[in-house]
Design a protein around this ligand. Structure first.
Ligand SMILES: Nc1ncnc2c1ncn2[C@@H]1O[C@H](COP(=O)(O)OP(=O)(O)OP(=O)(O)O)[C@@H](O)[C@H]1O
Ligand SMILES: [Mg+2]
Length: 511
């Protein structure tokens, strides 16, 4: 808890104005919050309150200030001005226990799953030496989300987990604290539809039956509608909607309030074009006789949770052994020994794990954006022309940065994601492999990325797009190849299955 997090609300909580239909107790109230980084004013008098029993969407475009506000509430970042007050539902307590799932995973890689979860219970007297109790707490927490979690799962070090498993561990850790306020900053970005559904059921029960206040950040409108009761919208550090019931806002109104351009309906690509492959530019042969033939310019969607899609992507981008799939480019079988080899063969890659495998955290934004060009061209750093080249790529994605000489850590999550995509724009690629490329990207910019990817495809680049957001796959891709939950290839979706239910059926994940 932060240094300023001690002042409690009055015992009746009535001193605060109540908005219609929201009569329950205020657990947290932030008012007039100000925060600047250098000359950039990130939060400009933000007000935000969370009530018991509500699921509160915190919305806004990339860089609007959502994560900064959450970090200020939890005391991780200091504020320049403003007040935060807390109240607890529990008698005798002045402030509630607050648990948070941050936008980027925060697990200690050498510790086990049990230890990573147990560590937050230290203040409740759970000793690190009591591994038995720690395992119990961890298993119980994980089984809240997935009752089938095997006991052995909690004994492995978290460095062995996939991004997706790490996300589940983070969420379980937050749930295990018995917090009265849960702050979840884009918790679903790495989850499958099935897991998201299970998580939502848990969150609904916690809020509506147990009175917990939940704050949920997401850029997926469908999820926001499905889960949340009210929303607060930030635009450039200002609160433009304050605890407004979601039922009172249309999607268009939300997008407008976020300051994003109105939804342009994009012409669907002709799927028929892709059905018959005249000349396969890329052939992939996988386990169980699976075969994927792609003409250049095809957008191939991969559906399903790890390990299936990962097993296909790894050999494509020179990351890992990939024993299972064999790749031929223009009829010639290839094996990439490293990502560098793949890049030089004209294969671009945006990793789903942007923190560990995408962002070059010690180098400024300009070097991050130009990294692929340098590898491909074996180019020396020529500072003269680079700012100009970088600026064009940055503006194509509306990447919000104070200066291209800043480190990527100064960017909001969604803007870091844009940086990874910008790296591959305008290169004469043969293929680009994208894992969750719109993860954390706001609604307006998602459309920009779809358009840019379509342009790449129209220019002949073959696109492989893995997403856990099925709606996105259906909207963008010419063909979709599905994997089941065990990672086995299930084949292409036929026309009848080109629906959310169809994807769910083939991947074995109930939507
Ligand atoms: N440590 C920092 N140094 C400089 N600027 C920062 C720092 N942290 C955040 N910012 C700036 O503050 C602004 C708000 O960032 P924040 O991460 O709160 O946005 P967000 O609403 O969470 O966006 P996203 O949806 O992309 O996650 C951004 O423009 C960002 O560049
Ligand atoms: Mg954020």
């Amino acid at each position: 808890m932060g240094p300023n997090a001690t002042q409690a609300l009055g015992s009746d909580g009535e001193a605060l104005p109540l908005s219609a239909g929201r009569a329950s107790r205020v657990l947290l109230e932030a008012s007039n919050i100000e925060k600047s980084y250098g000359a950039t004013r990130v939060l400009r008098g933000v007000g935000f309150q969370v009530r018991a029993g509500e699921i509160h969407a915190l919305l806004g475009g990339n860089g609007a200030g959502k994560s900064t506000l959450i970090r200020i509430i939890t005391g991780l970042t200091s504020r320049d001005a403003g007040e935060i007050r807390f109240a607890s539902l529990k008698p005798g307590r002045t402030s509630p226990v607050i648990a948070v799932v941050h936008q980027e995973l925060a697990l200690l890689p050498e510790l086990s799953v049990a230890e990573n979860i147990g560590i937050v219970h230290a203040r409740n007297g759970l000793s690190a030496s009591n591994i038995h109790a720690m395992r119990r707490v961890a298993i119980d927490a994980l089984r809240l989300i997935d009752p089938a979690t095997p006991e052995a799962f909690v004994d492995q070090p978290t460095r062995r987990l996939s991004l997706h498993e790490g996300q589940i561990v983070e969420i379980a850790r937050a749930l295990s604290t018995g917090a009265e306020v849960l702050l979840l900053d884009e918790p679903t970005a790495n989850l499958t539809a099935g897991e998201t559904g299970k998580l939502f059921a848990v969150l609904r029960r916690l809020a509506h039956a147990e009175g917990i206040g939940i704050v949920f950040v997401s850029h997926r409108m469908k999820e926001i509608r499905e889960l949340c009761d009210v929303c607060t919208i930030l635009r450039d550090g200002i609160t433009v909607e304050n605890a407004t019931p979601l039922a009172a806002l249309t999607d268009a109104a939300i997008v407008h309030q976020m300051g994003q351009p109105a939804h342009r309906s994009t012409a669907a690509r002709s799927r028929a074009k892709a059905e018959t492959v005249s000349r396969a530019a890329i052939s992939l042969a996988g386990p169980d006789g699976a075969s994927i033939e792609l003409a250049s310019g095809t957008i191939l969607g991969l559906a399903g949770a790890p390990p299936g899609p990962i097993g296909l992507i790894a050999p494509l981008v020179g990351a890992g052994k990939g024993r299972d799939w064999q790749i031929s480019l223009d009829g010639v079988q290839v094996k990439f020994a490293s990502p560098t080899q793949a890049v030089r063969a004209g294969v671009g890659y945006v990793s789903g794990d942007r923190a560990a495998k995408g962002i070059l955290s010690q180098l400024p934004i300009v070097d991050n954006v130009l990294a692929a060009r340098r590898i491909r061209d074996r180019r020396r750093i020529v500072r003269g022309a680079e700012p100009h080249e970088c600026a064009d790529l940055v503006s194509a994605l509306k990447l919000k940065a104070r200066s291209i000489w800043d480190l990527p850590s100064s960017l909001s999550g969604g803007n870091q994601q844009k940086l990874l995509v910008a790296r591959w724009l305008g290169l004469p690629l043969r293929m680009v492999v994208l894992e969750e490329p719109t993860r954390g990207v706001d609604i307006g910019t998602k459309r920009d990325i779809y358009d840019l990817v379509r342009q790449m495809a129209d220019a002949g680049v073959t696109v492989v797009w893995w997403s856990t957001e099925n709606v996105e796959l259906l909207e963008l891709c010419d063909r979709i190849f599905a994997f089941d939950t065990d990672g086995r290839p299930k084949g292409f979706l036929d026309a009848d299955h080109f629906t959310e239910d169809g994807v769910a059926e083939l991947t074995g994940m109930a939507a």
